[in-house]
Design a protein around this ligand. Structure first.
Ligand code: AP5
Ligand code: MG
Length: 226
């Protein structure tokens, strides 16, 4: 079996983080941990956490760091991540969160952070066309809909537009990305943990590019150890 991995996928809204993390999670047999999916599940189950997160998410604001850190600490504390690793999607999103993550993982480190680079005009088009399953979160778009009448191919759930895929919320999310999340690219580059992969084109080819940079990093790290 392929060895596990500890990965972070960075990229602006609509870059394809969710789409690619599902595939990476299958390839490396590690859990896909998406803070956005976790918050959407909390909203759906009407939990206290969901009520807290919803007011921020619907307008495209970031959920406060202390709420996010508590949720991630709990998730990374489960045995599955300790055994083989994880692929993080949408977290960390601020330098403060990245520092918190490093503390949570110490003495272990992340294997690699990949920045999925996609131009803004492309993400705007993708977000306008995106549709998601309300039950399992599977991603579709108006260009590649489910086979049957907006019913999820995987679980049969209803496939709808996301609450925060409105023009105003998208604009706010992209602003916040530039201000709060883009600095993480340099932050991880300074720590020699960053790789860049172009996120435009055939999704299978993009997955191939991601697997290549992760495997190269692994060989490089093994080479350093011997
Ligand atoms: P989150 O759910 O993480 O949303 P996001 O950051 O806005 O990112 P997206 O999910 O919109 O984009 P994606 O990169 O996953 O793209 P996707 O694969 O879907 O967060 C939601 C909210 O939760 C935040 O706004 C915030 O409020 C809160 N939150 C979450 N984490 C937080 C944190 N750490 N701190 C604070 N708050 C937090 O792809 C988009 C579309 O493009 C899809 O339709 C897909 O089918 C299509 N597509 C994908 N790849 C391709 C391709 N190669 N070619 C053509 N189409 C493609
Ligand atoms: Mg996503």
């Amino acid at each position: 079996m392929v060895p596990g991995a500890r990965l972070i996928i960075l990229g602006k809204q609509g870059a394809g983080k969710g789409t690619q993390c599902v595939r990476l999670s299958r390839h490396y047999v590690v859990p896909h941990i998406s803070t956005g999916d976790m918050f959407r599940a909390a909203v759906k189950s009407r939990s206290e956490l969901g009520a807290k997160a919803k007011e921020y998410m619907d307008t495209g604001e970031l959920v406060p760091d202390e709420v996010v850190m508590g949720l991630v600490a709990e998730r990374l504390g489960l045995d599955d991540t300790k055994a083989r690793g994880f692929v993080l999607d949408g977290f960390p999103r601020t330098v403060h969160q990245a520092k918190g993550l490093a503390e949570l993982l110490a003495p272990d480190e992340i294997d690699l952070v990949v920045n999925l680079e996609v131009p803004t005009e492309v993400v705007l088009r993708r977000l306008a066309g995106r549709r998601v399953c309300v039950d399992c979160g599977a991603n579709y778009s108006v260009d590649s809909p489910p086979r049957l009448n907006w019913t999820c191919d995987i679980c049969g759930g209803e496939v709808v537009q996301r609450q925060d895929d409105t023009e105003a919320a998208i604009r706010r999310r992209l602003d916040l990305y530039e201000r709060e999340t883009r600095p993480l690219v340099d932050w991880y580059a300074e720590r020699d943990l960053l790789a860049e992969v172009e996120g435009v084109g055939d999704p299978d080819e993009i997955t191939g590019g991601l697997v290549r940079v992760v495997d190269q990093r692994r060989e490089h790290s093994l080479g350093r150890r011997v």
